[in-house]
Ligand binder design. Structure first.
Ligand code: HSE
Length: 333
């Protein structure tokens, strides 16, 4: 203390841990998302004395897939926006440990954007509310879709309405007994943007009505812990997955009929729900951990063989769970 005043110490470096996420959960296109315990990424934002703009450094297993151009990198786009909003000219450096598979439907860019908002707010000494954090992070995403960034910021299961009129969302703690397995195929989509641009024709009235009824039931089932309904309905997205599958996004030569056959078999024989994670191509298996491991192991074996044979090969299998922990500062000085 000097003459009754606190010395103000600037934070120079902030490290954040951010969960990956899965979006859509079947029929909930752009409306549902869930944060995943694994994979996760870590991101550091630091001040660059005398510098300006944002410099991006990337390391980790997926570094070659993450752009370092600050106008294309999700974290840098967020930091540039925050810097503009704060009115300052502070130079920043962001270092990203790219540990979430990129372009696989696991929200890697959303996680970067979420981490950048949390770290950037701290380092630039801003005070944002939750909705501002979401909006700024979502602005770095194609089509400003907010599902992945909300999950990475808040954790848990999220229901989102992000319309021009406003943002409405609910954050719900998922039941403890949800188990998840992600099967990451070798095939890479060019970008989420591309996977959205192919959605040009509208759904039929029946498809619209089914998406509405199924996603409404899924929301209520999640809130009530009704695993039976989740497993029954999540696999049956009536529209988006069909269009994307038939455009070849989930594997060369792999089509909706293949996916539908797998969904039906996994549910009837193993009690496991299959959907595409976000815009794909990763497959998400959802199961009830109270039922033991035997059926999920057989389900993974079956789907791995199908992806190897019909969808261009399997890169990795990740056993995970939902997490209620969103982006979190783990170190600062
Ligand atoms: N809801 C988005 C989509 C998620 O399906 O395009 C992208 O990860």
């Amino acid at each position: 203390m000097i003459a009754g005043k606190m010395l103000h110490r600037l934070v120079k470096r902030v490290s954040v841990r951010v969960p990956s996420s899965t979006a859509n959960l079947g029929p909930g296109f752009d409306a549902f998302s869930m944060a995943l315990e694994e994979p996760h990424l870590e991101l550091v934002v630091e001040r660059v004395e005398g510098g300006e703009g944002v410099v991006v450094d990337v390391y980790g297993p997926y570094r070659h897939r993450v752009p370092t151009d600050p106008h294309r990198n999700a974290a840098a786009k967020v930091l540039l926006k925050l810097a503009e909003k704060s009115g300052g000219t502070q130079g920043l450096r962001v270092v990203i440990d790219a540990s979430i598979p990129v372009a696989k439907g696991l929200g890697s860019s959303g996680a970067e954007a979420a981490g950048a908002v949390v770290a950037g707010e701290r380092i630039l000494e801003m005070v944002l509310n939750e909705e501002e954090r979401i909006r700024i992070a979502a602005s770095a995403e194609p089509g400003s879709h907010a599902d992945n960034v909300i999950a990475s910021l808040l954790g848990g299961f999220n229901i989102i309405d992000n319309s021009p009129a406003g943002l409405t969302y609910l954050n719900i703690k998922p039941p403890d007994y949800i188990g998840l397995v992600i099967l990451v195929p070798v095939v890479e989509k060019k970008s989420t943007d591309e996977a959205r641009k192919i959605l040009t024709s509208p759904p039929t009235l029946t498809e619209y009505s089914q998406a509405l009824s199924r996603s409404s039931l899924i929301s209520a089932a999640l809130a009530l812990g009704r695993m039976d309904l989740l497993l029954k309905l999540i696999p049956f997205d009536p529209f988006i997955e069909k269009v994307r599958a038939n455009a070849g996004l989930y594997g060369p030569g792999y089509r909706w009929e293949h996916l539908l056959e797998e969904k039906k078999k996994l549910l009837s024989e193993y009690g496991v729900a299959l959907c595409i994670s976000g815009s794909g191509p990763s497959r998400l298996l959802i199961y009830d951990v109270r039922r033991g491991v035997e059926k999920i192991e057989r389900a993974v074996e079956y789907l791995s063989e199908r992806i190897e044979r019909l969808a261009g090969g399997l890169e990795k299998v990740i056993y995970t769970r939902p997490t209620t922990q969103g982006a979190k500062i783990i170190e600062e000085h």
